[in-house]
Design a protein around this ligand. Structure first.
Ligand SMILES: Cc1cc2nc3c(=O)[nH]c(=O)nc-3n(C[C@H](O)[C@H](O)[C@H](O)COP(=O)(O)OP(=O)(O)OC[C@H]3O[C@@H](n4cnc5c(N)ncnc54)[C@H](O)[C@@H]3O)c2cc1C
Ligand code: SF4
Length: 568
């Protein structure tokens, strides 16, 4: 895929300028270019194409580092993400006593190149939590508003799953789900005995040919980027057809600095740093859509100060950067003797779980308000650098030579990992703001994060830990680590660590308490929209990207309709 790296001067403004090319930006570009708009997309990172840049089917010995992680690739050299927890020259800071981690991708397609592809719809209750338990806030839209867009995302992008008729885990238009692997069957059996719901996974991996893309061939390496585009990434599935319209211009290595305004206070374009030459440039557009990821879009708004908007653009409510959420997370690894000494076989499957456990309990009977789901990892996929680290913890494991090699063969595949992914309650104590003293390499002010888990989340992860240990023991296994105690937050991951950050430009009907309206249009600026996870009012216990895609589609359609009415 070719991208433009420098623009020729244009006489006319673009119809729409989108900032960011991940899930939200990719979808906005797809829908708006199909709807006839001349779209320009600014992406801070370089171009990336799975077909040529991904590391699918490479062996560890093809790499001098055996695929081990590097500073530039913290999730391993073969992982399809340029970026990470730290990016040179692009700092962020933490308020005292804050533990927060911020993963940023800098590449065409953003994090959709290496994400886990767990693709869950939010359920009806997820949009009205305050009405149900008095905590947080309701969304100004409900499941019925998003359902048609979830359906379209399912049809366009593709997702496998099974019809389950669970009230708060809506079924989609599913492709057939792959069968559980051996370790997943054992997990399911244990869950059935314990009364824990366990159903086929829901991943955006196509198990049948769809829209010109071939089906998955089960190499289990989705995080490396799929060369055949059998899983979802924004460049392969959204940007490619958008470019075919001839109406999408992609400008890579373009770091947006500020949204600019005309005299009437309407957005009239975006100024950006052309990273190829370090120069500041400007693009004019009639509509601006921010999709730089929840926190980056908030940063852009807070840095877009003017006489009209001295506290940052679209921030008359003071809520830009506020109500930042992440998924709660913790996990338990367990050694399962029944999985030892297996007959060697290929059970690679897709690069993600063939099963998962949706939230199955009633919070009214528990000491915490919101639910979680469980993700399951294990199996016999291609061993990577450092695999079976800590083998000395297994019976007779460790040592040297033949004995050690034999133990690797015996124990490989005999460990499972259960990961909890839960809903936090949005809090005034979790937010980001501009750090007055820190700028990035281009002089753009950086974000400072504030974070504090509440007792709700801590009780929830204690429940996760207890449940996962019960499942491991029910399988005849032993957890590899002792149960973390209260002083360790029961093993709760740091804020941001699950990489599902949402909020910061939340939607609402009241311009005094929210940044965008129910169509993700800024209350304060008629032609400014947000199409990433920023408008989310609450997190849900579901991974967020399917909802980002559905919401971005809805937002883009709203823009297209307003353009047809000549309102924009
Ligand atoms: C390892 C991993 C696994 C995950 N697994 C799942 C999962 O299984 N299910 C799920 O639902 N979610 C998952 N997620 C989260 C998912 O990736 C995100 O929710 C999703 O990508 C967010 O989309 P986005 O468009 O908001 O942001 P991104 O995908 O991050 O895209 C934002 C883009 O904006 C660009 N950008 C940022 N600032 C600027 C600027 N100033 N100017 C120009 N461009 C800019 C970035 O370079 C980036 O390309 C996972 C994430 C990771 C990292
Ligand atoms: S498991 Fe399937 S979707 Fe994933 S990388 Fe391999 S072929 Fe592609």
């Amino acid at each position: 895929m070719q991208s433009v790296i420098s623009l020729r001067p244009r006489l006319k403004p673009y119809d729409v300028c989108i900032v960011g090319s991940g899930a939200g930006g990719g979808m906005a570009a797809y829908v708006l270019s199909q709807a006839g708009a001349e779209v320009v997309l600014l992406e801070a990172g370089p171009t990336w194409d799975n077909a040529t840049d991904g590391a699918m089917l490479r062996w560890p010995y093809d790499s001098p580092r055996r695929g081990a992680d590097t500073r530039e690739r913290p999730f391993g050299e073969f992982d399809a993400c340029l970026g990470g927890w730290e990016i040179e020259g692009e700092p962020y800071t933490l308020a005292p006593e804050t533990e927060f981690k911020w993963w940023r991708a800098r590449m065409l397609g953003g994090r959709t190149n290496h994400w886990g592809r767990i693709s869950l719809r939010f359920g009806p209750d997820d949009f009205r939590r305050r009405s149900l338990d008095g905590l947080g806030d309701d969304w100004p839209i409900g499941y019925d508003d998003l359902k048609p867009y979830y359906d379209r995302v399912d049809r366009l992008v593709g997702v496998f799953g099974s019809q389950e008729s669970r009230p708060n885990d809506p079924d989609g238009i599913f492709l057939p789900a792959p069968k559980p692997r051996c370790y997943e069957l054992l997990v399911k059996r244990a869950c059935d005995r314990l009364g824990v719901a366990c159903i086929p996974g829901r991943l955006s991996v196509i198990t049948r040919a769809l829209n010109g893309r071939p089906p998955c061939h089960y190499c289990g390496q989705c995080h490396r980027g799929c060369r055949t585009n059998a899983n979802f990434s924004s460049p392969g599935v959204l940007l490619a057809p958008a470019r075919e319209t001839g109406r999408l211009t992609i400008l890579t290595n373009a770091m947006a600095r500020e949204v600019t305004l005309d005299r009437a206070g309407r957005a009239d374009g975006v100024s950006f740093v052309n990273k190829s030459n370090g120069r500041d440039e400007h693009l004019s557009a009639k509509v601006v859509v921010l999709a730089a990821s929840a926190c980056e879009s908030a940063r852009l708004l807070l840095n877009s100060k003017s006489a009209l908007f001295p506290n940052g653009l679209a921030n008359s409510s003071g809520t830009v950067g506020k109500y930042l959420t992440d998924t709660t997370g913790t996990g338990v690894a367990g050694f399962i003797p029944a999985l030892m000494d297996h007959v060697p076989h290929n059970e690679d499957g897709v690069g993600g779980g063939h099963i998962y456990m949706p939230w199955w309990l009633d919070n009214r009977k528990l000491d915490f308000p919101r639910g979680y789901h469980i993700e399951v990892y294990g199996g016999l996929d291609q061993p990577g650098y450092g695999f079976l680290g800590g083998i000395h913890r297994y019976p007779s494991g460790g040592g040297y030579g033949t004995q050690l090699k034999r133990d690797y063969r015996r124990y490989y595949g005999a460990t499972i990992y259960l990961g909890g992914r839960g809903e936090m309650v949005p809090s005034e104590e979790c937010y980001c703001e501009i750090d007055p003293e820190t700028v990035d390499r281009w002089g753009i002010p950086a974000l400072r994060f504030h974070w504090k888990w509440s007792a709700h989340e801590l009780r929830q992860v204690r429940h996760m830990q207890e449940t996962f240990r019960r499942i491991v023991r029910e399988m005849g296994g032993e957890p590899l680590d002792p149960m973390p105690g209260q002083k360790d937050g029961y093993g709760i991951a740091a804020g941001g660590e699950i990489i599902h950050e949402l909020g910061c430009t939340r939607m609402g009907n009241d311009p005094k308490t929210s940044v965008v309206n129910r169509d993700c249009r800024a209350h304060d600026v008629k032609n400014l929209f947000v199409a990433d996870g920023g408008p989310f009012v609450s997190q849900a216990d579901k991974n967020p990207t399917w909802t980002i895609l559905a919401l971005a589609w809805r937002t883009a359609e709203h823009i297209a309709a307003a353009r047809r009415r000549r309102e924009l």
